[in-house]
Design a binder for this molecule. Structure first.
Ligand code: AMP
Ligand code: GLY
Length: 427
């Protein structure tokens, strides 16, 4: 098969690596890709926002499947346009991508189909939002309705923080994405990422994973796109798993179908394990980054037939197998991230680091100049490792990181700490 992957981050490098291992593949392209992805695929400088150009490329190269990594092209309707041109694409339609592109849409779906989530109010003016938070009190969560590159959520500990967030959003900090704001009850508990492949009707859960959103050790500092992840997580017990499937994933899939906008692709539920049971705080319509990296390392099955089953509505007869090993990924970011950072610093030692047993290094934001790898983004590398236990996988990832020479980079030193602690207590 000829396959085109869209995207350029660590998630797409992991997807490219996994797709490249499929016996069904004849040739893989990636647009725009990155230096790491270029090891697995031919990178093409296509503008993914130009759907006509993507379609033309697919036709010229006999592409039989397009896999869409990030949310922006999904929300822009690239899957609709590809399918209208007769090209199979993995990912939701524009209407189904509303599950990520509009927080208000998701909250309304939750209300209609009885999906457990925090109490909320959709507000279209600052005055309305301020009245609501003052009535509710802090802590409270303020969310821009639309896509805001992972920055549109403020978990306000005080009323003053909530008021400042409302002012910022209605002042246009996120452009049109902040024209409507959702104010949501603060949910207390452990956070897990739950993924399921959906073909509009059937949903197959993927292995469990947990992300680390805060930038610094001990979960301190501002939220980021994710500083590391691990899989499996001991906190998604079989009971929790069943509850998330039956109360969140399946009603959402059935609800989207009932509304005439069936969801195809990978549904990502951000779930808080509260005292009152699992509650949804967001849906995303694509793989998590960096959760995808640990899932790809652990997936034993060929992913290409899984993508095809999603596109063809054939998931009912499908089964996915996983390696029993644990996986950890640690994000190396440019100093300053998630705020301002410099690009262009040199990274050395990657080949040596990749020799550590069980280690795979995915590139998230790199470029190449005169044979050197240079940092070219905020989140730059994903150092991943498999191990018999989370503790072993974590040790291997950090052993590899210690071989990487990049003075302008940093990482958290405690990724997977919750599961490591659990393993220590349990042993
Ligand atoms: P998002 O940008 O939607 O991924 O949200 C960023 C982070 O905000 C999530 O990973 C959660 O840690 C946190 N968050 C979102 N909604 C809530 C909520 N209702 N209660 C507590 N934390 C939340
Ligand atoms: N890891 C969080 C996200 O992909 O949104």
């Amino acid at each position: 098969m000829h396959i085109l992957l869209l995207g350029s981050g660590g998630r797409e490098h992991a997807l490219a690596w996994k797709i490249a291992g499929s016996p069904l593949l004849t040739k893989l392209w990636c647009a725009p890709g990155n230096v790491g992805i270029a090891r697995e695929a031919e990178c093409v400088a296509l503008d993914v926002a130009n759907h006509a150009a993507v379609i033309e490329f697919c036709k010229a190269n006999g592409i039989e499947l397009v896999v869409v990594g990030p949310e922006t092209p999904l929300a822009a309707g690239i899957v609709d346009d590809l399918e209208n041109a007769g090209i199979k694409a993995f990912g939701p339609s524009k209407k189904a991508a509303q599950l990520e592109a509009s927080k208000g849409f998701t909250k309304a779906l939750c209300s209609e189909f009885n999906i457990p989530t925090g109490a909320y109010r959709r507000c279209t003016s600052a005055a309305e939002a301020l009245d609501y938070v003052r009535a509710q009190g802090a802590p409270i969560v303020v969310k821009a309705d639309g896509l805001a590159a992972g920055k549109g959520v403020v978990v306000a500990k005080t009323l003053a923080e909530a008021e400042a967030a409302i002012a910022m959003m209605f002042d246009g900090a996120f452009g049109a994405a902040g024209a409507e704001v959702v104010i949501e009850e603060f949910l207390e508990g452990r956070e897990v990422s739950f993924f399921a492949l959906c073909d509009g009707e059937t949903a197959i859960p993927l292995a469990s994973a947990q992300d680390h959103k805060r930038v610094f050790d001990h979960d301190q500092g501002p939220n980021t796109g994710g500083m590391g992840a691990y899989s499996p997580t001991p906190f998604v017990t079989p009971e929790v798993h069943d509850e998330i499937m039956s109360r969140i994933i399946l009603p959402a899939v059935a609800g989207m179908r009932a509304r005439g906008t069936p969801f195809h692709g990978v549904l990502y539920a951000g779930v808080m394990l509260t005292k009152a049971g699992p509650k949804l705080f967001e849906f995303n319509v694509r793989f998590g980054d960096p959760e995808c990296q640990v899932l790809m390392l652990r997936m034993m099955s060929d992913i290409v037939p899984a993508f095809l089953a999603v596109c063809d509505g054939e998931l009912k007869h499908f089964d996915l197998r996983w390696y029993p090993q644990a996986a950890v990924t640690v994000v190396m970011a440019a100093k300053g991230y998630p705020g301002d950072y410099k690009k262009g610093s040199r990274i050395e030692g990657l080949d040596d680091a990749a020799k550590v047993e069980g280690v795979e290094i995915f590139h998230a934001g790199t470029t190449e100049k005169d044979g050197s790898i240079l940092a070219n983004g905020g989140r730059v590398l994903n150092v991943c490792a498999l191990g018999e236990t989370i503790t072993e996988a974590q040790a291997r990832a950090y052993q590899a990181i210690d071989r990487i020479k990049w003075p302008d980079g940093f990482c958290r030193r405690d990724i997977a700490w919750q599961a490591v602690e659990q393993e220590r207590v349990g042993s």
